[in-house]
Structures are given as structure tokens and as C-alpha cells.
Design a protein around this ligand. Sequence first.
Ligand SMILES: NC(=O)c1ccc[n+]([C@@H]2O[C@H](COP(=O)([O-])OP(=O)(O)OC[C@H]3O[C@@H](n4cnc5c(N)ncnc54)[C@H](OP(=O)(O)O)[C@@H]3O)[C@@H](O)[C@H]2O)c1
Length: 209
Amino acid sequence: MKVAIIGAGNVGTALAKSSTRGGHAVTMSSANPENAAKAALSVGAHAANSNAEAVQGADVVIIAVPYDKLGEVFRGLGSSVDDKVVIDATNHVNTQNPGEVLGTASNAEEIQKRHPKVRVVKAFNYAFASRMADPTVDGVRLDGFVASDDQDAKDKTLEFVESIGFRPIDAGPLVMARVLEGMALLNVTLQIRNNWPSQNGWKLVGPPA
Ligand SMILES: NC(=O)c1ccc[n+]([C@@H]2O[C@H](COP(=O)([O-])OP(=O)(O)OC[C@H]3O[C@@H](n4cnc5c(N)ncnc54)[C@H](OP(=O)(O)O)[C@@H]3O)[C@@H](O)[C@H]2O)c1
């Protein structure tokens, strides 16, 4: 697949690494194009000078920016992502006051509401960047949950999730992004409370192989 990744920080670089390893053609962009160029070089991806350039011809677009930059990113992209599969990997984490985040609409639903022509999918946000680069722990594939209201976009994303090393799991409609964002919050707060080394990930035990 042709994969565009917007954001070249921890998440963008980790997903670019596993994507190139999975045989995908990856183009990255960032606020400062020099950062995308540096990250791309480190993982065998291409770099674009702008977000709009990165998404040209992409089969899937991954959003890996801080949640408060989402408005800026989508304004800049305009109609260039209409009809495209856009995977939202963002979180709004408030470890001091988790209640501020829990119970509200998810980032993914907000994107879908504001940009109805975009085929929004939620995935990857529940994993640490370290695990996005390498989704296997002690020989076990971590789960890659995928939520969307667009079945075709979800199927394509499930295929992509598997290709980079996760066990793909259909998590249902886009409203389930609230749960996936809650799982991220739990993952982060558990890690902080227990001083774990940011390597924990999700595995649902029980479903048949
Ligand atoms: N870190 C994790 O383990 C983790 C796990 C799951 C989900 N998340 C979520 O994933 C998102 C990214 O996290 P991160 O840790 O990768 O953050 P990060 O390391 O701070 O990287 C953020 C990236 O976003 C880019 N960016 C900011 N504004 C942009 C714009 N207008 N256009 C294009 N790129 C822009 C930055 O560009 P520059 O490099 O040029 O500044 C940077 O490359 C956040 O929503 C976070 O909550 C993080």
C-alpha cells in the first residue's frame, strides 16, 4: 500500500518503521519538513514538504500529531483527503484529570463530524510507540483494534494492521473509538502509576485463532 504518515515524532516514526518493514511505500510529513526528512531517512521512508503533498496518491493516511493540532492539519489538507481512508492514531491524555477526557466524544468522531467525506478509522492509539514499531511481546502478537463506520475502510485498515505485525481485531463502529481512547488512557496511567517502561500492550485472550 501507499501510506502517508502525518507527524514524524514517536508515533509517526514507529509506524513508518513497521510499515516499511511490512513492504509498504511510506511518505512522511511534519510541521517542520526537516524533521520528516530526518525521520524518513532513519526508517527507509520518503519525506514530503507538506501534508498535502504527503497524501497525494496514498491508499491510507495516518494522523500522528498532538490532538490539539488536528484542526490545523485538517484545515490544511482540505478536500485532498475526501474519500480517503484516514487512520486517527491520536489521543487526548489528561493523567491528572482523566474524567476530563472520559465520557466525551473521541478525537476520531470529532474528525468524522467535521469532515464527513473522510473515511475515518481509529487504530493504533492504544499502543505505545515502541509497540507500534514492534508489536510482538515475548513471541505474542499484540492486538490491533480497528473501529470505523466505513466497512471497506475498516477492512483495508485491518489488512494494514496485520501487515505490520498486529493481530487484527474489528472493534466495531467509530463510536468505539471512545473505548480505544480510554484504553490508551488506562495504558498510560498504569505505566505511570507502576513505573513500567512503556512496553505494555493489549492482548485479548480467548478468541479462536
Ligand atoms: N507516544 C506514544 O507512545 C503514543 C501512543 C499512542 C498515541 N499517541 C498519540 O499520537 C499522537 C502523536 O504522538 P507522538 O508521541 O508521536 O508526538 P510527538 O513525538 O510530539 O510528534 C508529534 C509530531 O506531530 C507533528 N506535527 C505537529 N503539528 C503538525 C502539523 N500541523 N502538520 C504536520 N505535522 C505536525 C510534529 O512535527 P515536527 O516534528 O516538525 O514538530 C511531530 O513530528 C498524539 O496524539 C499522541 O497522544 C502517542
